[in-house]
Design a protein around this ligand. Structure first.
Ligand code: NAI
Ligand code: MG
Length: 487
């Protein structure tokens, strides 16, 4: 069977290569984390499909590049229109496939998917320019030229949202694309491919290969015909991809994990601090940006902990299709076991669990209770490793300097949340934090114009606004002399 019905929508289970569906002899099983429902058998790509997709993208590149930002923008806006017209279907598909909240897909995520496409299409047309400047009478003229085929490797925690955050700027820059979605969430990318066809995107400009990272993913990133590789996922996989990219000197952009701090200074608005801290359980903790280390000033720690517990215990865990559910299941049994492994080892070490620390027995399946570890031992695994589940650590500090040292005491540097009632103090502390994004008295405000990425092991490079084009395009300077002209 080459297509499956999920939540009333027909989703093709094959690859999308050169504007056509291509099947593999082998398949892999896709299940829903909500209740283990079998969703379908998906084509399991290998070397042949990776090669075919890159060849198609390479062949489609000259014509797509030649269209220019305006020509490309018209088609990209039609794709965004179709995403908007299909928000309900895309939302249901994504919820069935990865277990995140239907209500947030409907209201936030899928509209944002459309915006990812529109924003970068418009940015290429309207904003992507640099004033020419003179050097001894010569003018320097900067342009962002299409670079070739971009391979995009994406994770399962926000599948279509993270994919389009790359697809939008890559296509707007004039690159052609091969997308490899995560094997746990193949559906929304496949459905999106149909929308690109309906929108009139020329064949071969956008391709999707399905399958496992170590198979079709590895074959894809090793292809010498790639101009770019953009990856969001884990540090160990990033190292494998970087080694492979090194052979061809393919430029890479990496957005990796984090163990971000959520710092609550003594002068913080306590209710705001609690609200922001409890939000770190969103998406069942499967968020790269999560502030999983809550650092609270010792003088307010007891009051904070009391309020935190009250609020966190109100989190409603359940079926992500229900309107009143706050957090759903973990993505997959393998990931659930990984999270439980972190928690069980921390228990064996004698760490203090003040909330959760176990699967939700009432719900069964892949539901893990929101968990809080108090004062974990310095250097312990639960405090230093990215758990990527509903597991937060809480520690106390006595001075701002100590808070900064604890916040920065990690190999990561993706984000930091800072809660303070004093602007001058917040400014001073945030200047000392090492992270790609600092949120002061807020969380998750993400403008597509802003640079986004990680410091240290949380990533290489920045995407967003012009930064995206600096990566996906070939930035070129044409220096024109005042002399030598015959007219
Ligand atoms: P992963 O990094 O292995 O997978 C991400 C993507 O990379 C998937 O599409 C996968 O198929 C692909 N991939 C894997 N090996 C590859 C290879 N050799 N060549 C090319 N592509 C390859 O992440 P995984 O195993 O799903 O999750 C493990 C941990 O990674 C999580 O527990 C979490 O800590 C972290 N993670 C971080 C994310 C983020 O947003 N920064 C997203 C997902 C996971
Ligand atoms: Mg799935």
């Amino acid at each position: 069977m080459s297509s499956i019905a999920v939540a009333g929508a027909n989703v093709d289970t094959r690859h999308w290569i050169n504007g056509e569906r291509v099947a593999s002899a082998e398949t892999f099983t896709n299940i829903s984390p909500i209740d283990g429902t079998f969703l379908g058998e998906i084509s399991r790509g290998s070397q042949a499909e990776a090669d075919a997709a890159v060849a198609a993208a390479k062949a489609a590149f000259p014509a797509w590049a030649a269209l220019g930002p305006k020509g490309r923008g018209e088609i990209l806006h039609r794709i965004a229109d179709l995403v908007e017209a299909n928000i309900e279907t895309l939302s249901m598909l994504e919820t069935m496939d990865n277990g995140s909240l239907l209500r947030s897909h409907r209201r936030g995520v899928m509209p944002r998917v459309a915006l990812n496409i529109r924003f970068f299409a418009d940015w290429a047309i309207n904003e992507l320019h640099h004033e020419a400047f003179e050097t001894r009478g010569h003018s320097n003229n900067i342009s962002w030229d299409p670079s070739g085929v971009a391979a995009l490797i994406t994770p399962w925690n926000a599948p279509l949202m993270l994919a389009t955050w790359k697809i939008g700027p890559a296509l707007a820059a004039g690159d052609t694309v091969v997308l490899k979605p995560a094997e746990w969430t193949p559906l929304s990318a496949s459905y999106f491919a149909d929308l690109t066809k309906q929108a009139g995107l020329p064949d071969g400009v956008f391709n999707v290969v399905q399958g496992f990272g170590r198979e079709v993913g590895a074959a894809l990133v090793a292809n010498p015909d790639l101009a770019r590789i953009s990856f969001t996922g884990s540090v160990p996989t990033a190292k494998v991809i970087a080694r492979s990219a090194a052979d061809n000197l393919t430029p890479i952009s990496f957005e990796l994990g984090g163990k971000s701090p959520c710092i609550v200074l003594e002068d913080a608005d306590l209710d705001l601090a609690v609200t922001l801290a409890v939000e770190q359980y969103d998406n069942a903790g499967q968020v790269c940006l999560s502030g999983t280390r809550i650092l609270v000033h010792e003088n307010i720690a007891d009051a904070f902990a009391k309020k935190f517990r009250e609020k966190a215990l109100q989190i409603k865990q359940g079926d992500p299709r229900d309107e009143d559910t706050d957090i759903g299941p973990q993505i997959h049994q393998v990931h659930f076991d990984r999270i439980k492994g972190f928690v069980d080892r921390a228990k064996a070490e004698g760490q203090e669990f003040v909330m959760g620390g176990e699967p939700n027995a009432e719900l069964g399946g892949l539901y893990f209770k929101p968990t809080l570890v108090k004062n974990p031992a310095p250097g312990s695994e639960i405090l230093t490793a990215e758990v990527f589940g509903p597991v937060l650590c809480m520690q106390t500090f006595s001075t701002d300097e100590e808070a900064v040292a604890m916040a920065n005491g990690t190999e990561f540097g993706l984000a930091a949340i800072l809660v303070s009632g004093n602007r001058e103090r917040a400014d001073r502390v945030s200047k000392q934090l090492v992270a790609g994004t600092i949120w002061v008295n807020c969380f998750f405000v993400r403008d597509l114009k802003a640079p986004f990425g990680g410091s240290r092991k949380s990533g290489i490079g920045r995407e967003g606004g012009t930064w995206s084009f600096d990566f996906y395009a070939d930035v070129k300077n044409t220096v024109v002399s005042p002399t030598g002209w015959k007219e």
